[in-house]
Write a protein that binds this ligand. Structure first.
Ligand code: OGA
Ligand code: NI
Length: 353
């Protein structure tokens, strides 16, 4: 699966979307305009009235575990409330990253990223020349093992400390979520964590997304449809703005963030290990004309070098393995080269229907 494409540099100069938005453009440049079938329907769109499940962790461990497992079988997406991550820390991390994105472009460009590791400030995914682009900038950072010092923004002052603390809290939250998902498969609580390489080696990282105001939100997307390649994703979204949409039975269902909640989704590696009991779900981001939107996606992933495949406990004569084994390092090259492409990668790996 690993291809030989050189991930050293971007195929063309990268333009920050924030700088485009700030230039006062009244039209979206052609590279950001999606073909009609991919454009969002901003008013009266599909899936109105339906909402992803909400899990309350205060309701007791067993009840929460059951609700998490059900939500991940049925939806692959849910919001979690009373998750125990202090509200002040959540606010501090939001404030720090907003502060970073408000720095002048030259200051941010000091951290400009490359497709080799994606760490740093960037505005595109994938290295195909002339590929269509999405209306968003981002900052990608590894937390465990951590990115080298030069990728940690020096400003705002408190950014590193609050981000590290937040990373520790989110990691604990993800471990609890993985425990619930393991139990929901009839396996030991530590099963998925061990399958990911064990507590010390799991990969954690985050992608802070900044979706600037857009003059023609009906023509473009903040982030094209994709499933997340890793284990689980915990998203902190602005609670007064819509943006994230989840694909459900062919319709795009908008997620209405609850104040203080996190939005959680199953990613591809959990679909593979669970032999498709849990599904990673396609999602996308729409933008708007009125207000910029910030989101912080925290990813809890397998260690890059452990072999990931359907758990042997879940495979039988009646239920054959749906996927071959591979490492996450091999797997994630696809999105790094091709950019967001729906669920095409995990689907194309499938052995049987
Ligand atoms: C992502 C993602 C959603 C959002 O970063 O993978 O899906 O609302 N983000 O920004
Ligand atoms: Ni995503």
């Amino acid at each position: 699966m690993a291809s030989k494409t050189d991930l050293c540099s971007w195929p063309e100069p990268v333009v920050s979307v924030q700088s485009l938005a700030d230039s006062g453009a009244v039209a979206v440049p052609g590279k950001y305009v999606k073909p009609p079938s991919e454009r969002p329907v901003l008013i009266g769109g599909g899936g109105r009235g339906v909402q992803i499940p909400v899990v309350d962790q205060r309701g007791g461990r067993a009840a929460a575990a059951q609700a998490i497992s059900e939500a991940c079988r049925e939806w692959g997406f849910f919001q979690v409330v009373n998750h125990g991550v202090p509200a002040e820390l959540v606010e501090a991390v939001r404030r720090a990253w907003r502060g970073f994105f408000r720095l002048p472009l030259e200051a941010k460009n000091a951290y400009a990223n490359s497709p080799r590791t994606y760490e740093g400030f960037g505005s595109r995914l994938g290295v195909e020349k002339d590929a269509p682009l999405d209306w968003g900038d981002y900052y990608f950072l590894n937390l465990n093992p951590a990115s080298p010092d030069e990728y940690w923004p020096a400003l705002p002052d408190e950014l590193r400390a609050v981000t590290e603390e937040y990373g520790g809290e989110l990691r604990r939250l993800c471990e609890a979520l993985l425990g619930a998902l393991s139990a929901g498969l009839g396996l030991e609580e530590g099963f998925l964590r061990e399958a990911f390489g064990g507590a010390e080696r799991v990969g954690t990282c985050m992608r802070v997304n900044l979706y600037p105001k857009c003059p023609q939100p009906e023509l473009t997307l903040g982030l094209s449809p994709h499933s997340d390649p890793g284990g689980v994703t915990v998203l902190l979204a602005d609670d007064h703005l819509d943006g994230l949409q989840v694909r459900r039975q062919g319709e795009w269902v908008p997620v209405r963030p609850i104040a203080g909640a996190f939005i959680v989704n199953v990613a591809d590696q959990i679909q593979v290990i669970s032999n498709a009991t849990y599904k990673s779900v396609e999602h996308r981001v729409i933008v708007n004309e009125e207000e910029e939107r910030l989101s912080i996606a925290f990813f809890y992933n397998p260690s890059g070098d452990v072999s990931i495949g359907p758990a042997k406990e879940l495979v039988s004569e009646e239920r054959l393995a749906l996927y071959p084994a591979f490492t996450f390092d091999e797997y994630r090259r696809y999105v790094r080269e091709k950019g967001p492409r729906g669920k095409s990668q995990v689907e194309s790996l499938k052995f049987h229907d």
